[in-house]
Design a protein around this ligand. Structure first.
Ligand SMILES: Nc1ncnc2c1ncn2[C@@H]1O[C@H](COP(=O)(O)OP(=O)(O)O)[C@@H](O)[C@H]1O
Ligand SMILES: N[C@@H](CCC(=O)OP(=O)(O)O)C(=O)O
Length: 374
């Protein structure tokens, strides 16, 4: 059997479970099945892998509680259903995870949270901290505060953005089909499963354009687009059937199940391209020789203790350049503190940050994940 070595090595995994799977044909949440996925995620945790779960299902669960026989169309009713259903959804997860001695956390995100740089960094910092504590974060869209214009709408996109946010190795999208077929298997009996394809393959859109199921909102189109988005931070995407026995563990162990959508480039190259192409530099940090050496030798974050001066008008989350004492370019990165804060921190050890600023933020000025050495 062909194994997918790269997938088997993944340490950080985002698992997205869609509405079509989570419900018993629209009749509330499939609690027993959720228990099976939770047991599989618990197994991944025992293998030392970090898992973030992106789960839909709040609207479907709330619909049942509020007595809707079909999905409401009015935004306020959808929001009410989501608010009611989200309680039940996280309750079901919490009680299942508890049986495996695992702690969960609820994270509700909106578009704004991920497009505003400051909030993006805050969301990322929270998720990283939770993962560090061994918690399984459960993410959904904050449906009660979003309107149509600013909705992700489908959780495939949200899953991909979360994969970007935490720099996951793999995004596993579970759905009600075996994977991506060359055409919609609901309408075409001769549709064939695609086992492996590049996430940037031009044929993906036309293969996936067959629409969604009754409960789902995105269909395959949002899944292949999500794979493309995930590929921007170098993550591999797998689309597989949530009804397949032990699917999460098997897919994560590299077994050839479902569809594997592979990024063109690895994580470091993807991050470099993203930092190089998409952001304008807002300022500069002038590093002492020790800091330059530490960065060049690789693997370290930039600490304030090695920074001599800061110039420009940058805020938290902005891109800055790092230069040596002669003005030579050393690195680019996303800075954790504003220019005013950075100026107060120059030459200081990280342990003094709390006292100087009045709050304890990140210990580094630029985290190594946000740094590209030139
Ligand atoms: N090429 C394709 N391969 C597989 N499924 C497809 C394809 N094109 C459209 N679909 C449809 O996408 C549906 C899954 O998407 P969706 O209903 O949004 O589920 P989810 O809630 O899991 O996101 C499938 O049930 C299938 O009908
Ligand atoms: N946030 C919504 C999920 C939206 C949705 O159905 O997404 P998807 O499962 O990708 O089709 C909910 O919890 O009901």
């Amino acid at each position: 059997m062909e194994m997918r070595e790269k997938i088997a090595k993944a340490q950080r995994i985002v698992v997205k479970i869609g509405s079509a799977l989570l419900t018993n044909d629209g009749q509330g949440l499939d609690v027993a099945r959720i228990g099976l996925w939770v047991a599989q995620i618990a197994q991944l945790r025992t293998q030392g892998k970090e898992v973030v779960l992106v789960s839909s299902g709040s609207i479907a669960a709330g619909m049942k509680r509020l007595g809707f026989s079909s999905r409401p169309t009015q935004v306020n009713e959808l929001q009410a259903a989501a608010a009611v259903g989200q309680m039940e959804l996280v309750g079901v997860y919490e009680s299942h995870f508890e049986k495996h001695d695992l702690c969960t956390a609820q994270i509700l995100l909106t578009h704004d949270d991920l497009s505003n740089r400051r909030r993006y960094l805050n969301a990322r910092s929270s998720l990283r901290t939770l993962l560090g504590f061994g918690v399984v974060p459960i993410v959904n869209e904050n449906d009660t505060v979003v309107t149509d214009e600013i909705r992700f709408g489908d959780n495939d996109t949200l899953g991909a953005l979360v994969a970007n946010l935490i720099e996951a190795d793999v995004l596993i999208i579970l759905t009600d089909q075996q994977g991506l077929f060359d055409k919609n298997p609901r309408d075409h009996q001769d549709a064939t499963l695609i086992s492996h394809i590049s996430a940037s393959d031009d044929r993906l859109e036309s293969m996936a354009s067959g629409g969604a199921g009754v409960l789902g909102s995105g269909g395959m189109l949002t899944k292949v687009r999500a794979a493309r988005l995930a590929a921007r931070s170098g993550a591999d995407t797998l689309i597989a059937s949530g009804r397949e026995e032990n699917v999460i563990v098997r897919v994560a162990s590299g077994e050839r199940l479902g569809t594997w959508l592979q990024p063109e480039q690895g994580r470091v190259a993807a991050r470099k391209q993203w930092l190089a192409g998409h952001l304008k530099s807002r300022g500069a940090l002038i590093l002492d020789d020790g800091a330059v050496k530490a960065l060049r030798q690789g693997g370290t974050s930039l600490l304030a203790v090695g920074v001599k001066d800061a110039q420009g008008t940058f805020s938290r989350g902005d891109m800055v350049i790092c230069v040596d004492l002669q003005g030579g370019l050393v690195a680019r990165g996303l800075v954790n503190y504003s220019v005013a804060e950075t100026l107060k921190l120059l030459g200081q050890p990280s342990s003094n940050i709390g006292e100087i600023l009045g709050y304890k933020g990140e210990p580094e000025l630029i985290h190594r994940d946000d740094l590209v050495i030139i």
